[in-house]
Design a protein around this ligand. Structure first.
Ligand SMILES: Cc1cc2nc3c(=O)[nH]c(=O)nc-3n(C[C@H](O)[C@H](O)[C@H](O)COP(=O)(O)OP(=O)(O)OC[C@H]3O[C@@H](n4cnc5c(N)ncnc54)[C@H](O)[C@@H]3O)c2cc1C
Length: 338
């Protein structure tokens, strides 16, 4: 995908106005393919099915741009309710949280307090909590919060991104922490992050191998079959125990491959986002993969029974945006050719 298209969708994902309005629209543009519903009941239903296939899950209660304490407290209550559901329903599932949803942008100590409450409950129910890594603007704070929490809790970990130059150095300090390894989903400056797929993939493989040879548990989160195959080869060659790692993918992506890896006896975990705050998450998925645009087009123009939709305003507005995007891309391409 060209950088222009990627930047366009990342830009939309960061748009506060669109994010807030999307809550009122309900699922649109095929978002339901990647978001497992809006309620805890929806998400429990999905997890039960995946658990039956031998796949464990991690739940993400979607939500970004939290700027009021009341919103952060509401998110904390919702997360505690999810923990209760995991326990009561006996689900094979852990939790993924975003610190900005719990008040990181309001006050770090307030966010730490919210996390402490969540971790107390999670420890009581024997559930692991992973802190998602957000953009670089929150990176150092996230590691600081993790450090503060790890002083008391061992049921908490975080995510490292192979696109950051500094990740390799940070590994030493995180060597005893359970981590998820990803490539990185945000647009970061070239002063701090690798920009090409080759460099990011190379770093991913390097870091994954280091972690696999170390002691702590690692979640290898990627949809990239080249990387998965190379790591499987490395795992077999080095006799690495299956208890030391799992593969992770996002809900709605490469389902057959998810089942296949689990069927082969490897630990597999699906990341399940749910909730009304689907817009930013969905736009980041479009940024990653142009083919997902097909879902958007289908959803915009056709109803579930394959009839052309009769919602001229929203359809027209989205169609207009897509045409503008296409024209802008064409212009960039022409300039690149020149
Ligand atoms: C479980 C999970 C949790 C994540 N958590 C975070 C986080 O906390 N912070 C963060 O910054 N990012 C996170 N991410 C996103 C991550 O950083 C990447 O942006 C995202 O995973 C895309 O990179 P990729 O490794 O899947 O490979 P890509 O580079 O997107 O894809 C590589 C290749 O894989 C193949 N491929 C990919 N998807 C498909 C598909 N659907 N169907 C067929 N082929 C496909 C294609 O050949 C493609 O060229 C997470 C990702 C996962 C899977």
């Amino acid at each position: 995908m060209t950088n222009f298209t990627r930047d366009f969708f990342i830009g939309l994902s960061n748009n506060k106005f669109l994010n807030e309005h999307a809550r009122r629209w309900g699922f649109r543009f095929g978002a339901d393919k990647f978001v497992a519903g809006t309620t805890i009941e929806d998400v429990i239903h999905t997890i039960r099915k995946l658990n039956m296939w031998g796949i464990s899950c991690t739940i993400d209660n979607l939500g970004e741009f939290v700027s009021e304490k009341a919103e952060a407290l509401k998110a904390k209550e919702q997360i505690i309710a999810i923990l209760e559901a995991i326990y009561n329903e006996n689900l094979d599932c852990h939790l993924s949280v975003k610190l900005t949803q719990l008040g990181l942008d309001i006050e770090q100590e307030f966010c730490v307090d919210n996390m402490r409450e969540i971790l107390d409950k999670a420890r009581q129910y024997d559930v692991f909590v992973n802190i998602d890594m957000e953009d670089y603007a929150h990176y150092i704070q996230t590691l600081d919060v993790l450090k503060a929490l790890r002083a008391k809790y061992d049921n908490v970990g975080t995510v490292i991104q192979s696109y950051l130059y500094r990740t390799e150095d940070d590994l030493e300090e995180l060597k005893n922490v359970r981590l998820r390894l990803v490539k990185g989903a945000y647009k970061e400056r070239e002063e701090i992050a690798y920009q090409t797929k080759e460099e990011i993939d190379r770093e991913y493989i390097l870091i994954a191998k280091k972690r696999l040879l170390g002691d702590a548990f690692t979640s290898l989160a990627t949809h990239d079959h080249h990387i998965i195959n190379e790591l499987l080869h490395f795992i077999r060659e080095n006799n690495i125990s299956k208890d030391k790692f799992e593969f992770q993918m996002l809900y709605g992506f490469r389902r057959e491959m998810q089942y296949d890896i689990a069927q082969k006896g490897y630990n597999f975990c699906t990341y399940i986002p749910f909730g009304n705050d689907w817009f930013g998450y969905f736009m980041r998925r479009l940024a990653e993969r142009p083919q997902n645009m097909n879902l958007v087009m289908k959803d915009v123009f056709y109803s579930k029974d394959n009839q052309l939709k009769k919602e001229p305003i929203i359809t027209g507005a989205v169609a207009f945006s897509l045409v503008m995007l296409w024209r802008a891309r064409r212009k960039v391409r022409k300039e690149e050719v020149r």
